[in-house]
Design a protein around this ligand. Structure first.
Ligand code: GRG
Length: 292
């Protein structure tokens, strides 16, 4: 994963508008939010998935950037006072604190459309019009009301209602809020391969779904047991907001067991893939063992 950090950092840098271009302050806010110290898990998944399907790494930069831009936009908006009202992200002030709320909203909006502009037109992706359309469809579905935005809506509604939610509802929230984009990151490179067989498709879907849930469970666990400095965001924020989380519903031990079970099923799905899926396996391991 870590060898991809400098690659994605430079791919993002070249695709983001320059801080000198007008409107300069908006571009500065965008660059501040995106180029900060993120783990780049989703771009790493794009590269690892592409590797599993034998796609040249040069063709994956645009997709990796598009996914990370959607993620960065979601974090900017999630931190706003109208949502989680957070002041710390990636170890520094959130975008609306460093700049202002209106600029942060616009930065998120602009990042969202830039992601789709890249999928539509970035020449390095070397895709047919039909493949680009599939990429746009997958990423927009994962980001919209049947994906991340819908999950965020359900999450906020559950937090504001003070009503205890069921395990099924919790799973639904997280599958949409966090899982959908992770699934998209893994599945998008497969569109660049024309002859994906049915078995590969199904197992990739299982892997991406299971590892998306494992990611979220670990995120909830870290919110409980992590410290603010390592996390780069305020630890315990979920509990303070009364958020629906796995530890709140199941306790820490059961949450860990559940995370490990999803991890196990994810790895099982990869057994169908030959050695080229090693990077996906390593990333899955990182996702469940990470401390930030
Ligand atoms: C505003 C439409 C909209 C959606 C927001 C992403 C999101 C939905 C909310 C973020 C809140 C949160 C903590 C979700 C849990 C999982 C998650 C997305 C964590 C942050 O992702 P990381 O850990 O962050 O990959 P970095 O900073 O490393 O990129």
């Amino acid at each position: 994963m870590f060898q991809h950090i400098s690659r994605i950092q430079s791919a993002l840098d070249t695709r983001l508008p320059s801080a000198d271009a007008n409107p300069q302050r908006l571009h500065q806010a965008i660059r501040y939010a995106v180029l900060g110290n993120g783990k780049r898990v989703r771009p790493a998944l794009v590269y690892a998935s592409g590797l599993a399907f034998g796609i040249d790494i040069e063709r994956l930069d645009g997709i990796a950037c598009a996914v990370e831009m959607i993620h960065a936009y979601s974090l900017i908006h999630d931190d706003l006072p109208a949502m989680d009202n957070d002041d710390l992200r990636r170890g520094r002030a959130t975008c609306h604190i460093e700049f202002d709320e209106a600029t942060a909203i616009l930065a998120g909006d602009a990042l969202q459309v830039l992601a789709f502009e890249i999928l539509a037109s970035d020449s390095t992706i070397q895709a047919t019009a039909e493949q680009r359309l599939e990429l746009v469809k997958l990423l927009s579905h994962a980001s919209g009301t049947f994906g991340m935005a819908g999950g965020q809506y359900f999450d906020l509604a559950a937090t504001n209602s003070n009503k205890e939610i069921s395990f099924k509802e919790l799973e639904q929230i997280h599958a949409l809020k966090t899982g959908a984009l992770i699934e998209a990151a893994i599945r998008m490179p497969a569109f660049l391969k024309n002859n994906l067989n049915e078995n590969e498709r199904i197992n990739l879907e299982i892997f991406s779904r299971e590892i998306g849930i494992a990611f979220q469970i670990q995120d909830d666990i870290l919110d409980e047991i992590g410290d603010t400095e390592t996390l780069g965001k305020n630890a315990g924020a979920d509990r303070e907001l009364g958020k629906a989380t796995y530890p709140a519903l199941l306790g820490l031990d059961k949450s860990r067991e559940l995370r490990d079970e999803h991890f196990r099923i994810a790895l099982e799905a990869l057994e169908q893939f030959p050695t080229e899926a090693e990077a996906l396996r390593d990333l899955a391991q990182f996702i469940v063992e990470r401390e930030q």
